[in-house]
Design a protein around this ligand. Structure first.
Ligand code: N01
Length: 484
């Protein structure tokens, strides 16, 4: 290497950890990871609500370079996943690069010397040759603007900023939102609540799965003893995840089968025809991010639980009034209302070449080339940026692959072959046109409203299979970049 690159990674969640590991393995160790939280883990650090469980099987929800043989459950709890992230960071010595409680407020590109000035909330400025934004997708909580919210006298807590001091046992709880989070939190809070009211503006299809199953200890012993077996199991699961990508991206008998299973899950568990009708969505299963649960339908049929499908009209001092005029007396409100999923690095102010801001570049919505490069922003990459496969392909796989792709550019930068690299507008347009076309037959485009949609009506997802992902991010195409 001719020069030692100064690299800043923003974010120490799953994507940031995958990137830091990949870079250090490739010999790039002049790294600083800036993390605004007080710990690693990203969503698994911020989300601590009761019932938090990953609905992706643990043996596939892990880094390829850090297989964990002994997950406690087939679907791990949030606490166990968070501990896994801490363990990985420690095992690979990544702590030395970390700066916690450090929020990046601004990044500014200097065209003259091809560097980025990275400014933190504390007013420090770091100079970097390359910046990687691993800032996550589901990060900024969405808080709805409901009339009278300020007048409510009890606690209102968003699931992504859970307050452990909030008492829910023995209380009358309102849960707003029916996504993966709402379903998990209702299931967890119902047993100890005096009453739980689930406000369901749009019911979701819920696939039944035995989420509470423990991973057999003998499996852990076998995988620890024979790592090749563990590796084979991981590869098999990776292959199997391709079936999901196929199901969501192309209409087929497989999609129909899973959709029938979703309908069956509802029919089989909810016997009361009125409640079943209220729980039946008016769109196809899989259109929104699929919810998986083995406990929600049981919880919502308990005597202390109630589903409310009327729209919320307003909060009052003592509860919630719906548009039918009914008042629900409530002690605690839980907002499971999701995230502003298209913010990515914002509200950070990012100023690229020719003083272009990211807000200007993304005025029509987030847009990147192959999830990782943005025209106008040289020597800056995203890991799990726009169009990442949050609805189909394992995210660890995608993050590791993207990090390895960036390493190819780091090598050329370090060798002095180039000092600046920037994706072209035309390559980005071409990629986005292909994405738009491929999104046509996906299940996400069959007539529901979900967090996958941007304000401009585009779907912010990866519509291709894993082979295409791998192919697109195996080797940078020099024709798609301008270099200096
Ligand atoms: O958020 P969501 P989430 N009045 O956006 C409702 C991941 N995740 O946190 O559909 C009433 O899905 C809104 O209603 P509607 C996973 O990728 C993973 O649940 O717009 N309701 C909707 O029901 C997931 O998809 C795990 O009509 C209002 C809900 O809030 C993603 O996170 C676990 C409202 C938001 O649902 C987000 O899930 C948990 C209002 N004013 C989450 N405003 C794993 O296990 C909003 N809503 C891996």
């Amino acid at each position: 290497m001719n020069r030692e690159l100064r690299i800043v990674i923003v974010g120490a969640g799953m994507a940031g950890i995958a990137t830091a590991y990949t870079f250090t393995q490739a010999g790039f160790t002049n790294l600083t990871i800036l993390e605004k939280g007080s710990d690693v883990g990203g969503v698994w650090h911020w989300n601590r609500y009761p019932g938090l469980t990953c609905d992706v099987p643990s043996q596939i929800y892990q880094f390829s370079f850090a297989p964990k043989p002994d997950w406690g459950h087939l679907w791990a709890s949030g606490t166990e996943i968070q501990q896994y992230h801490r363990d990985v960071v420690e095992r690979f010595g990544l702590q030395r690069y970390l700066r916690f409680d450090t929020e990046v407020t601004e990044m500014r590109y200097d065209t003259a010397d091809c560097t980025w000035s990275v400014t933190t909330g504390a007013g420090d400025t770091l100079t970097a040759d390359v910046v990687v934004c691993a800032t996550g997708v589901l990060h900024h909580p969405f808080v709805p603007d409901v009339a009278g919210m300020d007048s409510f006298q009890g606690p209102i807590v968003h699931t992504a900023s859970w307050d452990p001091d909030v008492v829910t046992a023995g209380r009358r709880i309102a849960v707003i939102g029916t996504g993966s989070t709402g379903v998990q939190v209702v299931s967890a809070l119902q047993p100890d609540a005096e009453a739980i009211t689930h406000f369901a503006r749009s019911p979701q299809w819920i696939l039944w799965a035995p989420m509470g199953l423990r991973q057999p200890k003998v499996l852990a012993r076998m995988m620890r003893r024979w790592p090749a077996l563990h590796d084979a199991a991981y590869r098999r699961l990776l292959w199997a995840s391709g079936i999901l990508a196929d199901i969501v991206t192309k209409p087929s008998w497989r999609r129909t089968l899973v959709q029938s299973y979703a309908r069956w899950s509802l029919r089989f568990q909810i016997r009361d025809p009125r409640l079943r009708a209220e729980l039946t969505p008016d769109y196809q299963p899989l259109c929104k991010r699929q919810v998986v649960s083995g406990s929600y339908y049981r919880a919502i049929t308990r005597p202390n639980a109630r589903l409310v499908t009327d729209r919320i009209d307003a909060f009052t001092a003592t509860g919630i009034r719906t548009t039918s005029g009914e008042h629900h007396d409530i002690d605690v409100v839980v907002l499971a209302t999701g995230f502003q999923a298209h913010n990515y690095m914002r509200p950070m102010r990012i100023v690229g070449r020719d003083a272009m801001t990211l807000d200007d570049a993304w005025v029509k919505g987030p847009r990147a080339y192959r999830m990782t490069a943005i025209p106008g922003f040289p020597n800056l990459f995203t890991v799990l940026g726009p169009n990442s496969p949050t609805g189909s392909i394992p995210l660890q796989y995608s993050a590791e692959l993207t990090a390895r792709y960036i390493v190819k550019w780091l090598r050329r930068l370090a060798a002095g072959e180039v000092t600046a690299v920037e994706v072209t507008e035309s390559a980005t347009d071409e990629f986005n046109a292909a994405v738009a076309e491929a999104l046509g037959p996906t299940v996400w485009n069959t007539g529901c409203n979900s967090w996958y949609f941007t304000d401009n009506g585009t779907i912010d997802l990866w519509p291709f299979d894993r082979a295409t992902l791998t192919d697109m991010l195996s080797e940078p195409d020099p024709a798609h970049y301008r270099t200096a």
